[in-house]
Design a protein around this ligand. Structure first.
Ligand SMILES: C[S@@+](CC[C@H](N)C(=O)[O-])C[C@H]1O[C@@H](n2cnc3c(N)ncnc32)[C@H](O)[C@@H]1O
Length: 209
């Protein structure tokens, strides 16, 4: 039995994914087309959980377990469905710290409630505000694992904030990275210090050299 497969947590995650499936039948706002516009876009989606897929959630748990991650940073927390998977991995790795980031206050409240319901609040700090600011300071000395799942156009800028702290062998998972060609080009160039592959349809999986 793992933390992820404990009945209380797995039924919470099942319920949150089912609610997300139902919510996604609503209309999508016009896409954000420049950096000034992403706040409006996500503001219009404030009631939408927008989680990673079920398979990606399980993958996050597996990857964080397999590298024995203790220090995780997440760009884009939303209702904390991905966070529950990553914090479960921290628990099973013997503890650690996950720094999340989210700028929609109502989402932060729901994320905290979900983490409390999952018994994982003690492992997670959610930083409130734009991640360009909140992840620019007070980072752990080393970072083992990063999930990029906020505004896609910011992936290169957020990676740049974290890059100096990534340990050799650190993993970076970027959800829907194909929406940021600049990011994909950056991590696929060995000269930039990564090995990187597209993975499981919608994820770019990169390892820091
Ligand atoms: C796709 S959802 C994240 C889903 C979450 N990772 C999960 O799987 O449960 C993206 C979230 O990132 C937030 N976001 C986007 N850009 C952000 C930024 N610059 N700073 C903080 N939060 C941001 C949005 O409000 C939204 O809730």
């Amino acid at each position: 039995m793992t933390t992820l497969t404990q009945p209380a947590l797995s039924s919470l995650i099942d319920r949150l994914f089912a609610e997300a499936d139902a919510a996604e039948e609503t209309r999508w706002p016009a896409a954000a087309d420049d950096r000034a516009d992403y706040r409006r876009y996500y503001g219009e989606l404030r009631d939408q959980p927008l989680p990673v897929s079920r398979a990606t959630g399980t993958l996050l748990y597996m990857l964080a377990r397999s590298i024995r991650a203790r220090s995780i940073v997440e760009f884009g927390t939303s209702f904390a469905i991905s966070t529950l998977h990553l914090a479960a991995a921290l628990r099973d790795n013997g503890g650690g710290r996950l720094i999340g980031s989210e700028f929609e206050p109502s989402k932060i409240a729901r994320a905290r409630a979900n983490l409390a319901a999952g018994g994982l609040s003690d492992l997670v700090e959610i930083r409130e505000g734009d991640a360009l600011e909140t992840l620019a300071r007070d980072l752990p000395e080393t970072i083992d694992f990063v999930l990029l799942d906020g505004a896609k156009m910011l992936y290169p800028a957020i990676l740049a904030l974290l890059e100096g702290r990534l340990r050799g062998g650190a993993l970076v998972v970027a959800d829907n990275a194909d929406a940021s060609p600049e990011y994909v080009a950056r991590v696929r160039s060995a000269a930039n210090g990564y090995v990187s592959v597209p993975f499981a349809d919608d994820v770019e999986l990169s390892m820091r050299l």
